[in-house]
Ligand binder design. Structure first.
Ligand code: BGC
Length: 265
């Protein structure tokens, strides 16, 4: 029996990058997956094809029930509620929520606009907050245990100049996780963070396309390479499984050693 057989997982922002890898990995372990996208139906379609190709939750030819893709902007509360509702309607329940949707906007602190600040906070923190709330209500109403896994960042701890709103959103996510772990524990709902470092995805295209910046970053990573999305997805699958039932309120860093790297040359 596959580790996540019989489970239904929702992964926000799963039309590309880390979210896409997580959706595919959870599917390969047997979960039915609700794929979410905001602006890229093609990306979500690609994820869905790959989810089906894993054969993970295929009970019929063509895998009609392995996954579904739903458009929603997680920065809009109504969209978040509809997204959770559609997942439940489609598969009868949700067991696992992965709050992955996120963005960052590069700007020196003194130039950050209100619009950009709101955009970063609304997607990264408010979206995750209210998705977790809808998920918790659903699990409590149906009296079932569940998993909430937030894709945070090493920047829930580490400063990242020119990305102050991003850091604030991830720092907020860290405290949200700790709070929810305590508040939802009586309902057997676990809440954890995964904190990736420099993983090669569209979010850091600017950096990876600039050889000087890329080399400077690689100097700071003890393992000497950027992370792959699958370096993150395996950990998420573990946290989503029964094996992780006693783990809550924790952050797991996946960063090739970046966070605690200190050397004197
Ligand atoms: C950011 C990337 C950055 C990485 C390491 C991530 O959270 O999204 O842009 O390269 O952290 O600093």
């Amino acid at each position: 029996m596959k580790r996540l057989e019989g489970k239904v997982a929702l992964v926000t922002g799963s039309s590309s990058g880390i979210g896409q890898a997580i959706a595919i990995r959870l599917a390969s372990e047997g979960a039915q997956v609700v794929i979410n996208y905001r602006s890229s139906p093609e990306g979500a379609e690609d994820t869905l094809e790959k989810v089906k190709a894993t054969g993970g939750a295929c009970h019929m030819a063509g895998c009609p029930n392995a996954g579904v893709s739903v458009q929603a902007d997680v920065s809009v509360l109504e969209d978040v509620r509809e997204l959770i509702g559609e997942g439940i309607e489609r598969f009868g329940k949700l067991d696992i929520l992965v709050n992955n949707a996120g963005l960052e906007i590069h700007a020196p602190f003194w130039e950050v606009t209100e619009k950009d600040y709101d955009k970063v906070m609304d997607v990264n923190l408010k979206g995750a907050f209210f998705a977790a709330q809808s998920m918790a209500r659903h699990l409590m109403e149906t009296k079932r245990s569940g998993r909430i896994i937030n894709i945070s960042s090493v920047h829930e701890e580490l400063p990242f100049p020119n990305f102050t709103a991003y850091c604030a959103s991830k720092g907020g996510m860290k405290m949200m996780t700790r709070n929810l772990a305590v508040e939802l524990a009586p309902y057997d709902i676990t809440v954890n963070n995964v904190a990736p470092g420099a993983i090669k995805t569209p979010i850091n295209d600017d950096l990876t396309n600039n050889p000087d910046q890329l080399n400077a970053l690689l100097q700071n990573i003890p393992l000497g390479r950027l992370g792959k999305t699958d370096d993150v997805s395996g950990l998420v699958a573990f946290l989503a499984s029964e094996e992780a039932s006693y783990i809550t309120g924790s952050t797991f860093v996946v960063d090739g050693g970046l966070t605690w790297n200190y050397q004197e040359q």
